[in-house]
Design a protein around this ligand. Structure first.
Ligand SMILES: NC(=O)c1ccc[n+]([C@@H]2O[C@H](COP(=O)([O-])OP(=O)(O)OC[C@H]3O[C@@H](n4cnc5c(N)ncnc54)[C@H](O)[C@@H]3O)[C@@H](O)[C@H]2O)c1
Length: 332
């Protein structure tokens, strides 16, 4: 597979490095309109073909695929041109700026028999794979809640608010772990510095009393990446900043019983062991780039395809609608 990569800002270098070192893949060109970015590419990869013109990359006849690693508002236009030119597309999260754009790209890819993969990187981490396994094997029991804190100082994006920047991670993880359908969303938040919400709180209501809460913030003095997943049988604490033991499973829970003749409910707390399952340490992006190559080669549809990307964009659109109306509940 020969791939052209557009965008060599903050995240682009990670993508270039992983496709460059992937067996069976060749990076044909790295394109960025910024001269400083082009210099950085040349310094890191002296033999690399570097371009300033996205049009040239999108129409190059010797490329099978294009990776779009540019700001969100450019994804649709660049991905559309790539598909129109017969190229498979690897595109950053969030997939597009609107639901309509995502639907159009999915239809175009299907018509052209091309693959779209949306970079939902976290789905390829050892931690999420392990949690998915625990959920699928019923270790946690019926899920009650998903509660995530994803806060840090900066990096301010110029085109999207903190929800569109940070919440796609949780929304894609939730979609991957939770079988229940999301029914409604409430989002609140405020703008303090550049006209875009920099602090926001999102609540998602799922079927069967499952509730999720996501706290995203660019104005936190400390970086926190902690997620609690509570089940009827066991609970998980996932601290992504821990070097080892990122995932901890607590055999804790509450049992409510009522006995004949006793009118009050009897609440008993179960406090069992905690253990940290072994979590794969391989780089998530390396696995994801390899999976993209495999899907293109074998004509298989990735699980993080355009439809998975669309689901996240739907939630983001609903969250934006809710935030504009100060937390009105929006059905999905
Ligand atoms: N998956 C993840 O964990 C993750 C992490 C960070 C960023 N991202 C995503 O990656 C994307 C890029 O984010 P970033 O932080 O690297 O942004 P950035 O602003 O640092 O870099 C974007 C680069 O794209 C270039 N660019 C923009 N439009 C172009 C065009 N038409 N032609 C050529 N070059 C163009 C810019 O010059 C810039 O160098 C965003 O969609 C973001 O959401 C994903």
């Amino acid at each position: 597979m020969r791939i052209g990569i557009i965008g060599y800002g903050y995240w682009g270098p990670q993508i270039v490095r992983n496709f460059h070192t992937l067996e069976g893949c060749e990076v044909g060109v790295v394109c960025d309109k910024s001269a400083a970015a082009q210099r950085r590419v040349k310094q890191a990869y002296p033999g690399m073909h570097v371009s300033s013109d996205a049009g040239e990359t999108l129409s190059a006849s010797d490329l099978d695929a294009v990776a779009v690693i540019t700001p969100v508002w450019t994804h649709y236009e660049l991905a559309k041109a790539a598909l129109e030119n017969g190229k498979h597309v690897f595109v950053e999260k969030p997939f597009t700026s609107t639901v309509a754009q995502a639907e159009e790209l999915i239809e175009l890819a299907e018509k052209k028999n091309l693959k779209i993969m949306v970079d939902h990187t976290f789905l390829f981490t050892g931690a999420v794979k392990k949690i998915r396994q625990l959920v699928d094997e019923g270790e946690l029991g019926k899920l009650f809640y998903y509660d995530s804190t994803r806060v840090n100082l900066g990096l301010f994006q110029h085109d999207v608010n903190v929800i569109w920047d940070l919440a796609p991670h949780d929304l894609s993880i939730m979609d991957h772990l939770i079988k229940e359908k999301a029914e409604a969303i409430v989002a609140t938040g405020e703008r303090h510095l550049n006209g875009l919400e920099d602090v926001a709180y999102i609540t998602v209501y799922f079927q069967n009393n499952l509730i999720a809460h996501i706290n995203v913030n660019w104005l936190s003095p400390v970086k926190v990446r902690t997620t609690l997943i509570g089940g009827e049988k066991r609970m998980v604490v996932w601290n992504d900043l821990e070097a080892d033991e990122k995932v901890k499973v607590y055999d804790k829970g509450i049992q409510i019983t009522s006995q004949e003749g006793v009118y009050d409910l009897l609440v008993s707390y179960r406090s069992g062991d905690m253990w940290a399952p072994r979590v794969e340490q391989t780089e998530a992006l390396k696995a994801e780039c390899g999976y993209f190559l495999e899907c293109v080669k074998n004509h298989t549809t990735p699980f993080n395809d355009g439809r998975a990307g669309l689901k996240v964009v739907k939630m983001l659109e609903a969250a934006n609608q809710s935030i504009r109306e100060r937390g009105r509940i929006v059905t999905i």
